[in-house]
Design a binder for this molecule. Sequence first.
Ligand code: PLP
Length: 465
Amino acid sequence: MKGTTLKRSSKPSGKSEAWRARDRKVLWHPFTQQQLWMDEDFPVIVSGKGATLVDADGNKYLDGVSSLWCNLHGHANREINAAMKKQLDRVAHATFLGLTNPPAIELGELLVKIAPPGLTRVFYSDNGSTAVEVALKMAFQYWQQNGRPERTKFITLDAAYHGDTLGAVSLGGIEVFHGVYKPLLFQTIRGPATYAYRCEKAKTLADCGKHCLEDIEAVLKTRAREIAGIVIEPLIQGAGGMITQPPGFVKSLRGLCDKYDVFLIADEVMTGFGRTGRMFACELEEVTPDFMAVSKGLTGGYLPLAATLTTERVYEGFLGEFKDRRTFYHGHTYTGNPLACAAALAAVGMLVRPGSIEKIRKKIHLFGNLLQEFYAIDQVGDIRTCGLIAGIELVKDPTTKEQYPFELRLGHRVTLEARQRGVIVRPLGDTLVLMPPPAITDPELTRLVEVVAESTRAALASLTS
Ligand code: PLP
C-alpha cells in the first residue's frame, strides 16, 4: 500500500508554479494541513465561465462543488456582473449603522416575498457563520427580555455544522473540526442525527428519523423551560457528511417546537436558493422556522453576504424605549453592503423568474440518474442525495461498513485524480461531495459524474498498487 504523500504533478508550467511558490511563502489556507500543501500542485484559478474554472496555465476544470456550495448561475455571469458594475459606479459601501441604501432595501423586500410565510424581518451579516450567530443571539436575547430568561440553551444535532465562529462551533458536532475548542464553547444539548446508514436503532431512514424525534422530544419533555431553540440544517446536514433527513422530519420538529414553545432555527446556508429544488428546504416541508439563516447562494456565490430572517413576534420582542435596553446590539462593518446586495438582487432575481426552479428540478432528476453509476463501485457504502447535493460514502468493507484509515485520505486521493481529469471536487473525509452549480449544462453534469466515478476507481486502485 502506498504511503500518504499525495503529491501530484499536473502539467508542470511556469505561470502556475510561480504563483504557487508565492502562495506557499505567505498564505495559510482554510481547513488545510499546510505541511502537506507545500508538496501539492494546487490549481491557481485566474478566471471562470459558467461551470468552468480556468487556471493560470489555461487548464480548464469543471466546478463540481459550486465553489464551496455557493455558485448558482455560473462564473462570470453577465447579469450579476452588470448589476455589480452599475452599483460600483454609484457606491461600493456605506455603513448600515444609521444609514440605509436602496439595494439592501430592495433585497430585503425580495427575501420577505420568497421566504416561507411569516418571515417578515431581515437582518444582514457577512457569511453563514454570522447569520447563525445572529439567530442565536436574537433567540437568546428575546427570551431574556420577554419573560423567560431561563431559556438559555440550544438543542443541536450530532454531526451539525453551522460555521466556524465560536457560537457556531458551540453548535457543531464534528469532532475533528470542533473537538479541540470545547473549553471555549457554551454548552448545548445534543440530539441525534438521522444518519441511517450507521444507525444502531433503525434500518430505514424513516425509522431512524422517528427515533431521533423521540429522543429530542424526551429532552423537551423534561427540559423545555431551559431551551431557547432547536438549530437544524433542514433536509440535509452538510459538512457532517451529507446526512439526509426523512420526509416529515422538519415538519415534526416544527410541531415539537410549537408544542413546547421553543424556537426553530433553520440554517439554510447550504440548502437555500434552489439547491434542493425549492427556493428553500423548509418550503418542501411547508414549515416556517422562527429564524432562517441564509448566505452562500444569496449572491449567486459572488460576494460574502448573509441574512437572518425572523418573524414579527421576535422583532416586536426587541421594541421599546431606548432606556429599556431592548436593542439588538450586533452588527458588522459590512452589514447591508450595497455592492453585495446588488449582486444578490441580480442572483435571486434570476431565480424567481418563471421556470427557473423547474429547470433546476430537471437537472436534479438527471443528476439522480447519473449517480446510479456509483453503485457499481464495491467500496461505495451509501449514496445520499437531496436536490443538487450528493454525498457518496466510501468504505473499506461494505458489509461491516468499516472505514478506511483516516491518514490514507482516500477522499483527497479522489480529488487529486479528478483534478488530473479536469474536475474540481472536495470531499468530507471519505464521503465524496458533488454539488454542481445549477447552471451546469446536461453534458457537463454527465461528464462531472463520470469523471468522479472514474477518479474514485483510480484512487481505490492507487491504494493497492
Ligand atoms: N451553515 C451551513 C449549513 C454551512 O454549510 C456552512 C458552510 O459550509 C455554514 C453555516 C458557514 O458558512 P460560512 O462558511 O459562510 O461562514
